[in-house]
Structures are given as structure tokens and as C-alpha cells.
Write a protein that binds this ligand. Structure first.
Ligand code: SAM
Length: 288
């Protein structure tokens, strides 16, 4: 079952009122969108965007929810095309959806044997398999280091090159075996699963997640009404750093006022019900 992360806090901060319009840049399973729609009736709308066509197709028709299959990096263009005016709040709930992990079959989860795809957008020509089998050792090492903050990046990259000469790397189990060879035994039994960083790095590289976030944030400010709220949930330090620095920079220029001095995380109760919420961090600012 899908449980939206920090839903109560998102609704509190966005503060939807009757007839106001909102944009959910990562509509996913529409958990947050539905929570907003409960408050902004009878005429307020939500424009829900998702890069994954399957996410959009899976959603039932919901009154006042306009769905668009696109990348949030095209936010201004989408808003113009949809003639979606007067925006009181924008939400980004970054990363993958629970359905990506649990049922997409695209290799997001290291707990299942699946092909190494990792795309949100199935029209994207780049897959994790292509990176692993065709990129240079140096480029693989670089993404493991930059996007996974993986301290064994060079050992892993070397083992990938060695193994792909024997046979192509095509599924998650092969990749886990490579990691077991490359990462010292001691580090394979820590609190965070030893494959987490490599899978995160590949996912970020395949989907160019950090680039698109950087492109979308300034557009979000442009699209918002004055006093409109910008709420962003991130799930790892690379994303959170981008959001934190953007908020800081725009508060210095007077374009944003930061509402969350420190990011808001889930409470114990939410973590118990939804362990995946553990790393969620919400930052919110108001357009000045
Ligand atoms: C964490 S889920 C959102 C869950 C949603 N808030 C809910 O309550 O159901 C993130 C979603 O963002 C989508 N996504 C990731 N990057 C995107 C991008 N650049 N543009 C649009 N959607 C994106 C993913 O396909 C995924 O469905």
C-alpha cells in the first residue's frame, strides 16, 4: 500500500484553502495530491506531473486533478500549455515511488532479481544496464562517488569492468554479486545495506535526477503566486543540499522566505508505519 511521506506536514505548510490551485510536480500515486484536493474544493485544482507514463495511466480519473506526463524540468512550459494560473503552492516529493520498488520490475530494488533498467521514463534511451556494460571504468567510478558517495567506488568500478568481460551484466543479482566481491566483507554487514549507494548512484545517473531538480527550482519560483509556498521532500543528502543551497541563495536575494530553519523529518510513529519515510526531509519556503 502507498503511504505518502510527511503528508500531514505537507498539508499544514501548503495550507490549501477553498478554490486555490496547487502543482504536485511528482504526482506518483497521488497521495499528496488527494490530501490537497480535500481542502481546496469546490473549484481549486491540482496539476499533477509525473515523468513515468505508467504512474499517470494507473491513476483513476479524479475530479479537479489534471494529469500531465512530463518532466518537471519543463514546469514553466507545462503550466503555460495547461493554462494553469494562480498557483498557491508547489510540491516536489523526490525520487522513486513505492510502486517503482515493489512492482515496476525495473531493477530499483536490490532485494529482487530484475533487469537493470532503473528508468522512470521508459522513453529515456539510457538504462542502468547500458551504464554498467558500456561506460568507461572512470565514468562508472565517478558516478558511484558523486551520486552514491560510495567509498569503494574504484574497487566496484574495477570489478564491473572485469565481470562484464566474462558476460554482460543484465540483472540485479549479478550486480549484487559484483558488490560482494568488491566491497570488503566487514562493510557488507552495516546498518545500511551495502548495495544502497550503488543502486542510488545508478538511479540518479540514469534519470539525471540532480540536473532536473536544479532546472526545476527556479521555474517553481516563477510560476508561484506571491506568498505561494514551495515544499520539497528529499530522500538523500545530495538532493537536500541542492534544495538547502537554493533556498539560502534565494532568501539572500529576497525572492524566498525560508519557513523551515531545519528540515522537517518524520516522527517515530510515521517511521514505524512507513520505514521508507525515515530519510525524508521536508523544506518549505514562501515566495516574496
Ligand atoms: C516519491 S514519488 C511521489 C509520490 C507521491 N507524492 C504520492 O503521494 O503518491 C516520486 C515520483 O516522481 C516521479 N519523478 C521523478 N523524477 C521526476 C521528474 N524529473 N519529473 C517528473 N516526475 C518525476 C517518479 O516517477 C515518481 O512517481
Amino acid at each position: 500500500m502507498h503511504i505518502p511521506v510527511l503528508q500531514k506536514e505537507v498539508v499544514e505548510y501548503l495550507g490549501p484553502k477553498p478554490n486555490e490551485n496547487f502543482i504536485d510536480c511528482t504526482v506518483g500515486e497521488a497521495g499528496h495530491s488527494l490530501a490537497i484536493l480535500e481542502h481546496n474544493g469546490p473549484k481549486g485544482k491540482v496539476l499533477g506531473i509525473d515523468r513515468d507514463k505508467n504512474q499517470i495511466l494507473k491513476l483513476k480519473k479524479i475530479e479537479r486533478l489534471i494529469l500531465v506526463n512530463d518532466n518537471f524540468s519543463n514546469l514553466k512550459e507545462i503550466v503555460k500549455k495547461e493554462k494553469f494560473n494562480s498557483v498557491s503552492g508547489i510540491l516536489f516529493d523526490l525520487g522513486m515511488a513505492s510502486s517503482h520498488l515493489e512492482e515496476s520490475g525495473r531493477g530499483f530494488s536490490f532485494l529482487k532479481k530484475e533487469p537493470l533498467d532503473m528508468r522512470y521514463d521508459l522513453e529515456n534511451p539510457l538504462t542502468a544496464e547500458k551504464i554498467l556494460n558500456y561506460w568507461s571504468e572512470l565514468d562508472i567510478e565517478k558516478i558511484l562517488e558523486e551520486f552514491g558517495e560510495e567509498k569503494f567506488s574504484s574497487q566496484i568500478a574495477r570489478e564491473i569492468i572485469k565481470q562484464r568481460k566474462v558476460r554482460p551484466i543484465s540483472n540485479t543479482v549479478q550486480l549484487i554479486d559484483i558488490l560482494k566481491t568488491a566491497i570488503p566483507y566487514k562493510y557488507q554487514h552495516q546498518r545500511i545495506h551495502f548495495a544502497t549507494r550503488t543502486f542510488q548512484a545508478l538511479r540518479i545517473a540514469v534519470n539525471e535526477e540532480l540536473n532536473y531538480l536544479k532546472q526545476a527550482l527556479p521555474q517553481a519560483i516563477e510560476v508561484l503566486n506571491k506568498e505561494g509556498k514551495l515544499a520539497i521532500i528529499s530522500f538523500h543528502s545530495l538532493e537536500d543540499r541542492i534544495v538547502k543551497n537554493f533556498f539560502k541563495e534565494k532568501s539572500l536575494t529576497g525572492e524566498l522566505k525560508i519557513l523551515t530553519k531545519k528540515p522537517i523529518g518524520p516522527g517515530e510513529q510515521e517511521i514505524k508505519i512507513n520505514p521508507r519515510s525515515r530519510s525524508g526531509k521536508l523544506r518549505v519556503a514562501t515566495k516574496q
